[in-house]
Design a protein. Structure first.
Length: 381
């Protein structure tokens, strides 16, 4: 049966690779979306002929509507547009690849409409994990991981999210561009340095998160939600070559690893073809050529983000959401040259100290807390 999907964030790194996978595997794209990159959206509309394109930025949506008036694709706008393409009757899966917790509302809408979620957008689980998972359970909806580590664990578990014999998960981390540097060496690193990732070509926000190791902290939280484990059952090991995408350890000490060349097209494809596997043209692994795989313990003194995230998920409630909101603002301030690299973590710590964690009760409460934390961080700079 042919798959029909909507993509949240089709113009980004994950979004464009998803389109390539869909082309290779004959998956029908019913809807695409972005914030405001309408030049690329127009190209994608003309190539993939989706029924709908949603543009978050209202002005950009109007311009796109004029520019593609000769096509059959309907243009939607704002959050309503993103939610509408996530609930179309013709689709079975929504691939979430927007950057940031802006993906939360459309993901919840998709879950309520009983669509399978192929999830790349980890901030959605960091900010609203408790709500998302409980809604998914209530609606019998599967959340299939696209993030390479979580896809690896899911594959190690044989396409399941749990095992009675599981001892722990071992997330691998590339270590980012600043691996091995001390805190004082990180003092004056630039945006260009932070964007120079050793093994992955990703959007700017997640690349900075990889440099601070916040990405790995978020992935611990993401794994807690996806695999129903406490954070102390999730280890992190630095693995510079990014060949082992993560591992699981069973109670008898046996460790299973998932490996492959570092391309996101493999986890994207698995999430879209699950439970089947299809041939792919992706480069295949040649271990004799790679020769060595190396492993190191993370340096939690120079890079505090992992410990911050462990604490936040242990506290639960709005604590992870506070970390995420503060981090989103801080990273964008760093990218625009307004703060230094190490200030990202300092700002996140200020938010944690200023906002008392609350129990999560509703989407509205999440959105309100998110807004207050963002305003607080902006007021500090
Ligand atoms: P990019 O920055 O490359 O792309 C982000 C996408 O989100 C773009 O299409 C962008 O549109 C869209 N977007 C941003 N804001 C909005 C908005 N308000 N409304 C609608 N669309 C919006 O990010 P990545 O592809 O690198 O990452 C996407 C997600 O996947 C993140 O959550 C990231 O953590 C996760 N991820 C990414 C990996 C990777 O290899 N890149 C690996 C694992 C996870 P526009 O172009 O108009 O700005
Ligand atoms: Mg990852």
């Amino acid at each position: 049966m042919q798959k029909n999907i909507s993509i949240l964030g089709s113009t980004g790194s994950i979004g464009t690779q998803t389109l390539e996978v869909c082309k290779e595997q004959n998956i029908k794209i019913r809807a695409i979306s972005a914030n405001k990159n309408i030049a690329l959206l127009e190209k994608q509309v003309r190539e993939f002929k989706p029924d709908f394109v949603a543009v978050y930025d209202e002005k950009a949506a109007k311009t796109l509507k004029q520019n593609i008036s000769d096509t059959d694709t309907k243009v939607l706008a704002k959050m309503e547009g993103l939610c509408e393409i996530s609930t179309l009757s013709k689709i079975d899966t929504v691939l979430t690849a927007v950057s940031g917790m802006i993906g939360l509302q459309p993901t919840l809408a998709a879950i309520k409409a009983k669509k399978t979620i192929a999830l790349a957008n980890k901030e959605t689980l960091v900010a609203g994990g408790e709500l998302v998972i409980s809604e998914a359970r209530k609606n019998g909806v599967q959340i299939l991981p696209v993030d390479s580590e979580h896809s690896a664990i899911f594959q190690c578990l044989g396409g399941k999210t749990s095992s009675p014999f599981l001892e722990k998960l071992i997330l691998t981390a590339s270590g980012g561009p600043f691996f091995g540097q001390t805190k004082s060496e990180l003092e004056n690193v630039t945006v260009k340095d932070a964007l120079n990732h050793p093994s992955w070509n990703m959007g700017a926000k997640i690349t900075v998160d990889s440099a601070t190791m916040m990405n790995k902290g978020f992935e611990i939280i993401e794994a807690c939600h996806l695999f129903g484990l406490p954070e102390d059952k999730i280890d992190v090991v630095i693995h510079r070559e990014s060949i082992i995408h993560s591992m699981i350890e069973y109670i008898d000490g046996s460790v299973i690893a998932q490996m492959g060349v570092p391309t996101m097209k493999t986890p994207i494809q698995y999430a879209l073809t699950y439970p089947k596997r299809l041939n792919s043209k992706n480069e295949k692994l040649n271990l004799a050529k790679i020769k060595n795989l190396s492993f190191f313990a993370p340096d939690n003194k120079a890079f505090e983000a992992i410990e911050i995230c462990r604490k936040a998920i242990k506290i639960g409630g709005t604590a992870p959401l506070t970390v995420n909101a503060a981090n989103e603002v801080a990273v964008s301030l760093f990218l625009s040259g307004e703060i230094k690299f190490l200030e990202i973590i300092e700002l996140v710590k200020s938010a944690i100290n200023n906002f008392k964690p609350q129990k999560v009760s509703s989407l509205e409460q999440i959105l309100e807390t998110d807004k207050s934390v963002r305003e607080f961080i902006k007021s500090l700079v």
